[in-house]
Design a protein. Structure first.
Length: 447
């Protein structure tokens, strides 16, 4: 089928792009693991907490792909390019906000249940990592702009460069090589910051250079308003879901001890190996959805969504087979410190096996959420996540996990399975309702 070919053509560069992010996260954890559980907990949790600063504007600029794909389908390339610039405006604002927040890191972290050594390392990590906030959002803005046009290879190149720079930087800075100082956890943070900033600078240079050929873009305040109108619900969608997971990690899991934090975050890194390619396929499917809607072919959308889900679910199922068959082998790189390896591996193995249960729910939720976002149906999905995450998942996990004396780790992961299952069901019912067919992302006069 042409949909499968188109999905794979668009999807494989996005899979590589998202997979590079997985490699970066895993390499950060593995390359500090010999420093002990505190270093693993601080580095992995630091990266997770840094996303709290990035996720709202990053989720907002995801809608750039919705506009650029629909405008591309409608034949308006200049209009699509303007939305790339609007995404960059948000990236600049993110940079200013993130840097100004660094002074508040220590008092904020003091409110959570981390051990003192983990908290100190975490503050050091974030103080460096937040300097790349604008670059991280800018990379997503331009990746979504080019993705909407069907060019997923250029953003892939930028992400591969970022991965190579990050891993090399880790080797140079964590233990100190080639005469550079051994910075430990701070070295992992600095490597990520430099790599992200350099990759964004390269992709922006291409975008700006090609713009000289296309002609200067005349930005319009009304269009920026439309991007925020549809993008902010998307951004808060991601932000509120992510902060629910952040609360879960910083309060529910952190209260179980350093080994539990290190084990849980190690499982999250491995689970990303299944989620990121699955999300990449969902994003590729969303591009096809947007282009079909822009070209006036809404009747093709259900078939595109069905094919996308089957592709994403197949990948998740394949990853789940490995999680069940060889969990110890997969987790071994995260547990290289002899003093903490035993408890970490025991906890992480149980968590990893149970994480397989959320695989199909994860694939369904990602596929449906991206398709609805591409159609401009962002506000309803926001409220669905608010209710499920903050009225069910957060209070439920908080009230139950702390009261469990045995196998609290399995109860905690069980709440994640329930959350994703409820979310997938809600998004499916919304898509089946057909409400997305009545949404107009942009006005014809603005083409």
């Amino acid at each position: 089928m042409s949909t499968v070919r188109d999905l794979l053509r668009l999807g494989w560069p996005v899979v590589i792009s998202r997979s590079t992010q997985v490699v970066v996260g895993i390499s950060d954890a593995v390359m500090v693991s010999h420093l002990g559980a505190a270093a693993v907990a601080a580095t992995t949790t630091g990266a997770f907490n840094a996303m709290a600063f990035f996720i709202l504007p990053m989720g907002t600029v995801f809608v750039v792909a919705s506009f650029s794909s629909q405008l591309f389908g409608a034949g308006d390339l200049r209009g699509a390019r303007r939305y790339g610039w609007y995404g960059l405006v948000l990236a600049a604002a993110t940079q200013a906000a993130a840097v100004s927040s660094i002074a508040f890191l220590e008092p904020v972290l003091a409110r959570f249940s981390y051990a003192p050594d983990v908290r100190a390392l975490l503050a050091d990590y974030l103080a460096l990592r937040l300097w790349s906030a604008g670059s991280a959002v800018g990379l997503e803005a331009l990746a979504n702009y080019y993705g909407g046009l069907g060019n997923t290879r250029l953003p892939m190149i930028a992400q591969v460069v970022a991965m190579a720079l990050n891993v090399t930087g880790n080797w140079l800075l964590i233990d100190g090589h080639l005469g550079l100082p051994a910075m430990g956890v701070r070295g992992a943070a600095l490597a990520s910051t430099v790599a992200t900033s350099a990759a964004f600078a390269g992709l922006f240079a291409v975008f700006a250079t090609r713009g000289r050929v296309a002609g200067a873009a005349r930005l319009r305040l009304a269009e920026m308003g439309r991007l925020l109108r549809f993008g902010l619900p998307s951004g808060f969608n991601w932000f509120l879901e992510f902060t629910a997971f952040l609360f879960f990690t910083n309060v529910v899991v952190a209260g179980m001890g350093t080994s539990a934090v290190a084990a849980f975050m190690s499982v999250i890194q491995l689970s990303s190996a299944a989620f990121m390619p699955s999300f990449a396929l969902a994003s590729a499917g969303a591009i096809l959805v947007g282009q079909a809607i822009g070209a006036g072919r809404k009747g093709e959308v259900p078939r595109i969504v069905r094919t996308t889900f089957l592709s994403a679910a197949t990948w998740q199922a394949l990853a789940g087979v490995f999680f069940l068959a060889i969990p110890g082998l997969l987790l071994a790189p995260f547990a290289r410190d002899p003093g903490t390896a035993g408890p970490l591996l025991e906890l992480a193995t149980r968590m990893l096996r149970l994480s397989v249960a959320w695989a199909l729910f994860d694939a369904a939720a990602a596929t449906l959420s991206e398709a609805l976002r591409s159609a401009g149906d962002t506000a309803w999905a926001l409220w669905a996540r608010v209710v499920i995450a903050w009225a069910i998942f957060v209070p439920g996990s908080w009230l139950t996990v702390s009261r469990v004396t045995a196998y609290a780790d399995l109860v905690a992961v069980g709440w994640l399975v329930l959350y994703l299952g409820l979310l997938a069901a809600a998004l499916y019912l919304r898509f089946r309702s057909g409400a997305w067919r009545r949404i107009r992302l942009f006005e014809p006069a603005g083409r």
